[in-house]
Design a protein around this ligand. Structure first.
Ligand SMILES: [Zn+2]
Length: 224
């Protein structure tokens, strides 16, 4: 009882200290910052873009010749994040930045909570046939041409095909968890791990960089 009273008194003191500090800071800021701010015209506000590295943790995605999709796509997502740092008009947020699994609904929920202008998931493909190679971008199956998700998919598809020179397999509709959001949302399959020559390229640092550059370009093309 005594301890609880002491703790309450201390916490009241703490609140008071924070309030006094905040008031002092406000006073200093108010007296030193000119308003309106001097300098260059206000730059356009950055928009928030959510990039998702597919799979993660217990879910490796496609596994071919010891290569796990989750690792390839995490690398790409981190490169997109790094490249976008040079682009003041976009702020990239990742749904995961390490090897762990995030619930699919939570991935799109995050995008909505941060008021993102788009959601883009990065994957690598697999097929029973090793002859199938190339880049394709998916939207969920209710999306029609001309809708914003379709536009996003087309821009990303065109840009990644352009920077990589990969075969263009186009925009495809699939039943996807992307139906759980109204945001423009797409999923880019950056190549087939089951296609031998593409698998080699997906492990190549320079080729990966071209994919990441294409993704950033596609995003910029969609937003502006
Ligand atoms: Zn995948």
């Amino acid at each position: 009882m005594l301890q609880r009273g002491y703790a309450a008194a201390m916490s009241k003191l703490g609140v008071l200290a924070v309030a006094v500090f905040a008031a002092l800071v406000a006073l200093i800021v108010a007296s030193s910052v000119p308003w309106p701010p001097l300098g260059d015209p206000v730059s356009p506000r950055a928009v928030v873009v959510v990039i998702d590295a597919g799979h993660g943790g217990h879910d490796p995605g496609a596994v071919v010749a010891g290569i796990e999709e989750k690792d390839v796509v995490l690398y790409l997502a981190l490169r997109v994040l790094a490249l976008a740092e040079a682009e003041p008009r976009v702020q990239v947020l990742l749904t995961r930045s390490g090897d762990y699994y995030v619930d699919l609904r939570d991935r799109v929920r995050l995008a909505e909570e941060v008021d993102a202008v788009l959601y883009l998931s990065i994957h690598a493909n697999a097929n029973h046939s090793s002859n199938i190679c190339g880049v394709e971008t998916w939207v969920h199956d209710a999306v029609r041409p001309g809708e914003s998700s379709w536009e996003l998919a087309e821009r990303v598809q065109a840009a990644v095909v352009s920077t990589t020179g990969a075969a263009d397999r186009g925009v495809l509709r699939q039943p996807l968890y992307l139906r759980h959001t109204d945001l423009p949302a797409a999923l880019v399959e950056v190549g087939y791990l089951t296609c031998p020559q593409e698998r080699t390229l997906l492990l190549d640092r320079e080729y990966r960089e071209r994919i990441a550059i294409g993704i950033v370009q596609g995003i910029l093309d969609f937003v502006w």
